[in-house]
Design a protein around this ligand. Structure first.
Ligand code: ZN
Length: 354
């Protein structure tokens, strides 16, 4: 029997984290995996033409894909021997991440700079009673601390994104036109022609529905009442950045994940790659000012392509870990819709660098 655990994280002015148990079933995992060269081929890691970097640190014209792929990978095989959990959550989290994922540790430490909510590694750890339980919480901790760190580094209409140890972005005017930017509410993609392929669950567990839409694409952007879905492209990207950190962390500690529980680490980033494609398509066809902001502003364009490349990389690295995904095969097919992949290719073609 295998159980499914969906981790859906919410950034909507109020920080919260939901872990949804959506049932268990008998039978072996019967999903088949794509061969390495078939995962997002044509739009995956290292396959693009690259482009200029928008980082404050590296303003030169070198391949964006190369910069993303230069990231030193976590070490899932690094020994955890000798680590003991005796109730000190921050101490254990830091020690575990230091062994396997120094960048994740950097995000957690950065997240702690935002102190209004307490230590993010504690707030989002749940109530672990053992090292085993705390290992399983690391994915959520790194995701949420990553939000805190980016929020700490952001100000006004300028959003900060720490993508890799060497690649960071500071992009302007990415929120909606009603919230001081040039984009549109992300919930509008819930009305596009792709949404029916995976409709929102509406808080009822059923096969083939999208639990992320309940959280991230909710509400009516025109009703004057704030809902998470009213947020613009900037926070769509912020979630995508952190869902890459989720899969990276889950992959780094996959050996600590019980074999009889499948988690949504792959589903999360696949869902956001799908949202990004759909948002780009809607922007290009219906919101030209938003599309100009995203496609002509080097910072937003490179952030989008950078998240895409890094996300695809960790999807490739984790493809043999079946317990790190629930509906990931179905989601991958949605992401691979050719006319949606074209939106990523369009952005690549706009990059300046050969
Ligand atoms: Zn989140």
């Amino acid at each position: 029997m295998r159980c499914n655990r969906w981790n859906v994280h919410l950034l909507a002015g109020v920080w919260s984290s939901l872990a949804l148990m959506l049932g268990c079933g008998d039978g072996e995992d019967d999903r088949s995996f794509n061969s390495p060269d078939r995962v997002m081929d044509g739009a995956g890691a290292g396959s693009g033409s690259g482009g200029s970097s928008s980082t404050a640190e590296e303003p030169g014209c070198s391949s964006l894909s190369e910069q993303v792929l230069a990231e030193e990978l976590p070490e899932p095989g690094a020994s955890l021997a000798g680590l003991r959990f005796a109730g000190d959550i921050p101490d254990f989290v830091d020690a575990a991440l230091e062994r396997r994922s120094p960048f994740a540790l950097e995000l957690v430490r950065g997240g702690r700079l935002e102190t209004d909510f307490g230590d993010c590694s504690v707030v989002f750890a749940g109530e672990p009673r053992s090292a085993a339980e705390l290992y399983q919480a690391l994915e959520v901790i790194v995701h949420e601390c990553g939000h805190f760190y980016d929020a700490f580094l952001s100000s006004g209409s300028r959003d900060a994104y720490e993508l890799t140890p060497e690649l960071s972005f500071r992009c302007d005017r990415g929120d909606t036109t009603r919230r001081g930017g040039d984009t549109f509410a992300r919930s509008r993609i819930a009305g596009d022609r792709y949404a029916a392929s995976r409709p929102a669950c509406e808080n009822v567990s059923r096969p083939g529905c999208d639990p992320y839409a309940d959280v991230y694409l909710d509400g009516d952007p025109d009703d004057g009442v704030f809902q998470s879905g009213d947020q613009g492209f900037n926070l769509l990207m912020e979630e995508a950045v952190q869902y890459v950190n989720s899969i990276a962390t889950a992959w780094s500690f996959a050996d600590q994940q019980p074999a009889n529980i499948a988690i949504s680490a792959r589903d999360g980033i696949l869902t956001f790659l799908w949202y990004i494609e759909r948002y780009l398509r809607m922007a290009r066809t219906e919101f030209p000012a938003a599309y100009e902001r995203i496609s002509q502003d080097d910072c937003w364009r490179d952030l989008t392509l950078g998240v895409w490349t890094r996300g695809v990389r960790y999807l490739q690295l984790s493809r043999s870990e079946s317990k790190l995904g629930i509906a990931d095969d179905e989601l991958e097919q949605l992401v691979r819709e050719p006319e949606l992949l074209e939106e990523i290719e369009r952005l690549r073609e706009l990059d300046d660098c050969p």
